[in-house]
Write a protein that binds this ligand. Structure first.
Ligand code: ADP
Ligand code: MG
Length: 368
């Protein structure tokens, strides 16, 4: 496997000048391995589409480089780059049939009629569009149209496949099944892919690697589980899943453990960050499923149940632990747990090795 199949080096794009200047993408570095699917994830306006368009050649970088398979593609126009893009709105030609849409790029390239027919048929079989060759896009469902646009991209055998929020126009159920299909197909074909989304669940379920962006800057790159369990800062912790933020004072640091006080009570966490010292004031990320609800006791963090919502497979509690702080707690399998009514005093503990300590401190509170 080629470790740096697609590389972005200090890639930057600014729009406008003077007071209206916006730096949409700010010196980003990224290496994508051959066959990997990497998602760019972040809130609207963080620079995802701009990054993708620079890879495809639709935007010229203000500075920096795009390399594919070790070669700079900066000087190449989009149609000369070994990339293909799948768009949110499918961008199919409405007056052409499915087969004609898939064949379009091959025709422009000047492939022979016979070769085109074979490639189109193979692609329709691969993507599960058999029997739909003669239909026009308006005679297809949204999910089928998106498959056609995927087929049209793949048939060109690009080195890198680019997706810009391809599922946004589908309803929730279809989004889930289509994203699974995309993932299976991407793995079967083994094509290096960059996938843009603002949907964290989509990113987590699809990706080998997730790149979290904010204001044009990469915050963190990691596998879905690394990002969830070891977010590098508060923004990432809050953007991925739900997070409770608790302030703590470090009491003791060992090679493997951090001992600290939260609300005056002893708590321990695994030590990931070697820069944390005794007496540091830190922010602790506690995922809702990592908190255990129990009977109150002198050595446990005290709380009062303010609300509880039943979801069948889960019970969600809101527990107040200080005048200005409540935490969200998720209990899986609520049928087999004691239920705590509103107003009940409770004691909180944390599942083993479930806490993550951040060095930055922007004040505790809740964000979901
Ligand atoms: N063509 C453009 N001209 C001016 N500003 C732009 C242009 N395209 C994007 N921007 C700005 O760049 C920033 C990033 O946009 P974009 O890459 O589309 O974000 P995302 O895809 O993450 O929602 C935004 O502030 C957006 O307004
Ligand atoms: Mg976008």
């Amino acid at each position: 496997m080629n470790q740096h199949y697609l590389e972005l080096r200090s890639l930057t794009k600014s729009f406008g000048k003077g007071e209206t200047k916006v730096t949409a993408v700010d010196h980003i570095d990224l290496a994508v391995c051959e066959g990997e699917l990497v998602t760019l994830l972040g809130p609207s306006g963080c620079g995802k589409t701009t990054t993708l368009r620079m890879i495809a050649g639709f935007h010229t970088p203000t500075s920096g480089d795009v390399l594919i398979d070790g070669v700079s593609v900066n000087a190449l126009p989009p149609n000369k780059r070994p990339t293909a893009m799948v768009f949110q709105n499918y961008a199919l030609f409405p007056h052409m049939t499915v087969a004609e849409n898939i064949a379009y790029g091959l025709k422009i390239r000047g492939d022979s009629r016979e070769s085109i027919d074979t490639q189109v048929e193979e692609m329709m079989n691969l993507i599960g569009l058999q029997g739909l060759a003669k239909r026009q896009p308006r005679e297809l469902s949204g999910g089928q149209q998106q498959r056609v646009s995927l087929a049209r991209a793949l048939v060109m055998e690009p080195k890198v496949l680019l997706f810009d929020e391809p599922l946004s126009n589908l309803d929730a159920k279809l989004r889930v099944s289509t994203r699974l299909e995309i993932r299976k197909l991407q793995q079967r074909v083994g094509i290096t892919s960059v996938y843009v989304t603002h949907d964290q669940e989509e990113a987590m379920t699809l990706s080998d690697k997730v790149v979290i962006m904010k204001d044009g800057i990469i915050q963190q790159i990691g596998s879905p589980s690394e990002i969830y369990s070891h977010p590098c800062n508060r923004f990432v912790a809050a953007f991925i899943g739900k997070a409770n933020f608790l302030e703590a004072d470090i009491v003791k640091v060992t090679d493997t453990q951090l001992l600290m006080k939260i609300n005056g009570k002893d708590v321990s966490a695994p030590c990931w960050n070697k820069s944390i010292r005794k007496n540091d004031h830190v922010l602790v990320v506690a995922r809702p499923e990592s908190i255990i609800l129990g009977e109150p006791s002198a050595d446990l963090i005290e709380g009062t149940v303010r609300d509880s919502v039943y979801f069948g497979s889960q019970m969600l509690y809101e527990v107040q632990i200080a005048t200005d702080q409540t935490v969200q707690i998720e209990i899986a399998d609520p049928q087999h747990h004691k239920h705590y009514e509103k107003g009940t005093k409770v004691g909180l503990t944390f599942k083993d090795r479930s806490l993550h300590v951040l060095t930055e401190l922007e004040g505790a509170g809740n964000e979901t």
